[in-house]
Design a protein around this ligand. Sequence first.
Ligand SMILES: [Zn+2]
Length: 213
Amino acid sequence: MPEVDDFFRLKEYDSLGREAMLAKSAMDEELARLKRREAELAERRQLLATREADVRTMNHKMAELDRLLTQRLAPEAISKLEEEGLNILVLQQELEILIEEDRTFLAGFSVTIEDIRRDIYNKISELRLKEKIALDRQKALIPELPEGWLVSYQKIAAKNPAHGVFSRIQSQQCQFCRFAVSKAVESEVDTQYQLKSCSSCGRLFLPYKAVAG
Ligand SMILES: [Zn+2]
C-alpha cells in the first residue's frame, strides 16, 4: 500500500526534474550568450576587412589618377582629376580613423572574449554537474515509487502545466480548475494515499498530509 512518504518522494522527483530543466535552459542561455559575443567579434572583423579592402581600392585609384596626371591633358581635365584625387584622400583619411578604431576595439575585445569564453565554459560545467546530480537523484527515486506512479506523473509532466503538476482537493473540488471531485476519490487520496488525477486538468492530487513541506 502506498503511504504518505511516497507523495513526498514524488514531489522530490518533480522538483529534481525542474532543477535539471532549469540547469539545462541556463546552459542554453550561456551558450547563446557566447554565440552572440562571438558573432559580434566576427562582424567587427568583417567590417575591418571591408574597410581595409576599400583603402586598397582607393590606393589603386590614386595611382591611376597619378598616372593620368603625367599625361598631357586639358586644364579642365587636370583640375577634374585633382578634385577627384582630393575627394579620395578625404575618404581615405576617414577610413583610416575608422580602421584604427576597429583595430583598437578588436585588440581589446580579443582579450575580453577569452575571459568571457572561460567564464561561460566554467558556468556551463557547473550547470552540467548540477543537471547530472539532479537527474541521478531522480533516477535513484524511481524504484522507490509505487508501481504506476512514474507513468502517471510523466503523463501530466509531459504537458508541462502552468504552476506545476500537483493540485489538491479543496471542498470537493480540484484546487486549480475547480472541477468536482467525489468524496470517494477524496478519501482514496487522503486516507489510502492513492495517486489520482483531476479528470479535467490532469494534475495529480496530493493528500492533505503531503501538501505542506
Ligand atoms: Zn483540475
